[in-house]
Design a protein around this ligand. Structure first.
Ligand code: ADP
Ligand code: MG
Length: 386
């Protein structure tokens, strides 16, 4: 699938100021100096060897002129990255496959010949979240991208604007319960923006990783949010991914949220196709294409906001370890980079690739039920309840 648009353009001159040693390929062409990778234990440090760098550092991708240097900027800049790499367009996964392939296999634990499968059939979900669990809300999101536009770290200014226009038109044609309006970030009243953020509907700027990865260039131009009247169906435009399609509601009805998401994804896909002929970028091996390799596959994060006072008393480290065993990921309630408040956590599926959407939602439901039961025991242990 990538093959169609993966032709690389060779060239480019080394950026002044990069710490490293000038290198020459066997053909005598000068390469960019091998960068100092501050995240020494990252997957980038493991897979970007001087030999790989020599082969790839002069490549510029066709769709957005992306380079390996740009892709691995966070691993170079920060010392705390686990992966440390982003794709600037779908071509990046092909042109820099010598880095991405082993890195993706290692991160997701998949074999080189693994194929991704998708399953959005809500009827296959078994059971639901225990109605006694103190769940505030459910949210499920996926990312989707379209051919011909860069991904957020590489997308050009013009591509970003063109994509926004395409999505605005396509989204405005949605009907039924998905019917809503697109609100660009540019010109949005500050009080409205802040309210959308506080109510957990809208993304924020300022995440250091996204910034260094190039995802906040020209902020806020070209970004925005679409939502229906009830704010149960939302689409983020040009944040970390070209689109994030989101279904959410108060309470713990995961099935209803999943069902709306499935209908929403299908409707968005159809209306973009009708408007432009373009389909979602889908790779046989890696599923739906996202800017962050950790999101490849389903790109799906199914979460609940749930109170866990027992686990809070026990300590965040213990909760993290338990979530790891249950294939879950805990976050604070202010989003990935926003931090934690009180005893409420965002608990979601940890995996994205190698499992279908149905399987991942099931993992979340079962895991949250387990955490809830254990939380009651921990509350007794810490004398929070009798
Ligand atoms: P994403 O993985 O979609 O980028 P973030 O962690 O950045 O998610 O969070 C984005 C926003 O979604 C934040 O405001 C966060 O609180 C909100 N959110 C996440 N899960 C839920 C949920 N189950 N209920 C309500 N809001 C949620
Ligand atoms: Mg995010």
């Amino acid at each position: 699938m990538f093959g169609k648009y993966s032709k690389a353009i060779y060239g480019g001159i080394a950026v002044a100021g990069v710490v490293g040693v000038w290198r020459f390929t066997s053909s005598g062409n000068s390469c960019k100096p091998f960068p100092t990778i501050r995240s020494k234990h990252s997957l980038v440090a493991k897979h970007v060897t001087p030999e790989v760098w020599d082969k790839l550092s002069n490549i510029k991708t066709k769709t957005s002129g992306f380079t390996l240097e740009k892709a691995m900027a966070t691993a170079v800049e920060f010392d705390n990255q686990h992966c440390g790499i982003y794709a600037g367009d779908a071509d990046s996964y092909k042109d820099f496959a010598a880095v991405f392939d082993p890195l993706i296999q290692e991160y997701h634990g998949i074999s080189p010949d693994a194929k991704h499968t998708s399953d959005m059939n809500v009827d296959k979900i078994k059971g639901t979240i225990d109605p006694r669990a103190p769940v505030h809300s459910v949210r499920i999101r996926v990312g989707r991208s379209f051919e011909g536009f860069g991904l957020s770290p590489g997308i050009t200014k013009q591509q970003r604007l063109d994509l926004e226009k395409l999505l605005q038109n396509a989204l405005n044609s949605l009907g039924g319960g998905l019917k809503g309006e697109y609100y660009p970030l540019t010109g949005m009243k500050e009080t409205i923006r802040q309210q959308l953020v506080d109510d957990h509907f809208l993304f924020v700027s300022g995440d250091p990783n996204l910034k260094v990865a190039g995802m906040e260039r020209d902020w806020p131009e070209g970004r925005g949010i679409y939502h229906n009247k009830e704010k149960t169906f939302l689409v983020w435009v040009n944040e970390e991914d070209q689109t994030r399609i989101i279904s959410m509601q108060k309470g713990g009805d995961v099935r209803a949220v999943f069902k709306r998401l499935a209908a929403g994804i299908e409707a968005v896909g159809k209306s973009v196709k009708a408007a432009s002929g373009k389909e979602f970028l889908l790779d046989e091996k890696y599923g739906y294409i996202h800017s962050c390799p950790t999101n490849l596959g389903t790109g799906m994060r199914a979460s609940v906001h749930v109170d866990l006072p027992g686990w809070t008393a026990e300590g965040l480290g213990t909760l993290q370890a338990r979530c790891e065993q249950l294939n879950l990921q805990p976050r604070g309630t202010r989003g990935e980079s926003g931090g934690q408040t009180g005893v409420t956590y965002d608990i979601s599926n940890k995996h994205r690739l190698g499992y279908s959407e149905v399987e991942l939602v099931q993992t979340m439901i079962d895991g949250v039920n387990t955490l809830y039961k254990e939380d009651l025991k921990l509350q007794r242990k810490h004398k929070l309840i009798q």
